[in-house]
Ligand binder design. Structure first.
Ligand code: AMP
Ligand code: GLY
Length: 429
């Protein structure tokens, strides 16, 4: 099969790595890709939201399947664009329809969906500029901290958790009246704060049947001990010790099944990944958010634990035959450590030469924000630069391998968290 993979991050490098191992792969193209993806396929200079250019490329190159990495093309309706086009309508797409992508694209939509299908989530109300007075009143009924979420996509920054009512009111005003997140905060979801420990569960679905992939925990803050600013993710661990069989069974019965059935009942076409951000509240799972794609860096942690042929699974998704597939999981632990640019998630430089990638042994290096320079050099090209994934028989063993290999890589400003997985090693339920 000829496959076009859309995206340019560590997630897409992990997809490219995994797909390239499939016997069924003929040609792999990545648009636009990075310096790492070109080891597994051919990078194509097309933006992920340029649907016309994608169409042209797909037709010219006899592409059989398009795997959509990031949410943007999905929220913008790439699947619907393909489905209504005579030349494209039979091509398999891994990713949901525009309506399905609203589970990520609109917090209000996803809360209404969860309520309609009795899926456990925090209590909430949604407000707009006109109802701001009611929003202030609603805040008074809640206990701190307060959870305020911009309805639309806000590059992962749309959730604020103020600790006092004064801060919450000020934040609400800046979101609704001063368009703090632009159009994304035209509506704001205010919800109850859930106390617990977070994890992510990933599901691959063909719209009827599904496979639950290994769970992972990511580390969103820039600083050790979960301090400082939010980032796209500084590392991840799989499996998650507290997500035992019992807990995952609850997730399946209370969340996964009602979500897949709910999509069907609502006639929302959904083939692809569903990423469920969960809070474990005293042993019970609650949905914090849905994403309609795989996580980054969770993909770099989860895919190395999947032994089955990913392309085979994707093909079955397209044919609505996923029930006939088996998912084989590697029992070992994986730990991913993200190396980032100095200054990230604030301002940072690009174009800095990276040395030592070839010295890494016994770990997988996935490129995230990199670009090829002259004479086979690799340069930084983003905030999150490289993801290092290692296997181990314990979190500690895998993490130590990733940390020691992180030391072998050099570029000016290199930073990574040295405590990935540490909380899980200490976690006692
Ligand atoms: P989101 O972008 O929806 O994943 O939210 C960002 C982060 O805010 C999550 O990873 C959680 O740490 C936190 N968060 C979101 N909703 C809640 C909630 N209801 N209770 C506690 N923490 C939350
Ligand atoms: N690592 C979180 C995300 O991909 O949204």
């Amino acid at each position: 099969m000829n496959v076009l993979l859309l995206g340019s991050g560590g997630r897409e490098n992990a997809f490219a790595w995994k797909l390239s191992q499939s016997k069924r792969l003929n040609k792999l193209f990545i648009a636009p890709g990075n310096a790492g993806t070109s080891a597994y396929g051919e990078n194509i200079d097309i933006a992920v939201t340029n649907f016309d250019a994608i169409k042209h490329f797909v037709v010219e190159n006899a592409i059989d399947m398009v795997v959509v990495g990031p949410e943007d093309p999905l929220v913008n309706g790439i699947v619907d664009y393909f489905r209504v086009n005579e030349e494209l309508k039979n091509i398999t797409l891994i990713g949901p329809s525009k309506e399905g992508a609203r589970l990520e694209g609109s917090k209000d939509f996803s809360k209404i969906f969860m309520k309609r299908h009795n899926i456990p989530t925090a209590e909430y109300k949604t407000f707009n500029k006109e109802s701001i007075q009611k929003a202030y009143d609603f805040l008074e009924t809640l206990k701190p901290p307060y959870v305020l979420k911009a309805d639309g996509l806000a590059a992962g920054k749309g959730v604020v958790i103020p600790h006092t009512i004064e801060e919450a009111r000020a934040e609400l005003k800046s979101m609704l009246e001063d368009a703090k997140f632009g159009e994304a905060s035209n509506k704001v979801v205010i919800e109850e704060f859930l106390q617990g420990i977070e994890l992510s569960v990933f599901v691959l679905t063909d719209g009827s049947s599904y496979k639950i992939l290994p769970a992972a925990k990511d580390y969103k803050r820039i600083g050790e001990g979960d301090t400082g600013l939010n980032t796209g993710g500084m590392g991840a661990v799989s499996p998650v010790s507290f997500a035992n069989e019992d807990f995952i069974k609850k997730v399946e019965e209370r969340i996964v099944k009602p979500t897949i059935n709910g999509l069907k009942k609502d006639q929302i076409s959904y083939q692809g990944f569903l990423f469920i951000g969960l809070m474990n509240v005293a042993g019970d799972p609650y949905v914090i958010e849905y994403n309609v794609r795989m996580g980054d860096p969770e993909t770099e942690t989860v895919l190395p634990r999947i032994k089955s042929d990913l392309l085979e699974l994707f093909d079955a998704v397209g044919k609505e035959q996923l029930h006939g597939q088996t998912l084989e999981i590697d029992p070992r632990t994986t730990v991913t450590v993200m190396l980032v640019a100095g200054g990230y998630p604030g301002d940072y430089e690009k174009g800095i030469q990276i040395d030592g990638i070839d010295d890494v042994k016994e770990s997988i290096v996935f490129h995230a924000g990199t670009i090829s320079g002259e004479e086979e050099t690799v340069l930084t090209n983003g905030g999150r630069v490289l993801a290092i994934t290692s296997y181990g028989n314990s979190i500690q063993e895998a993490a130590e391998k990733s940390f020691s290999n992180a030391e072998k890589i050099n570029y000016t400003g290199k930073y990574y968290r040295k405590d990935i997985g540490k909380d899980l090693i200490a976690y006692k339920g």
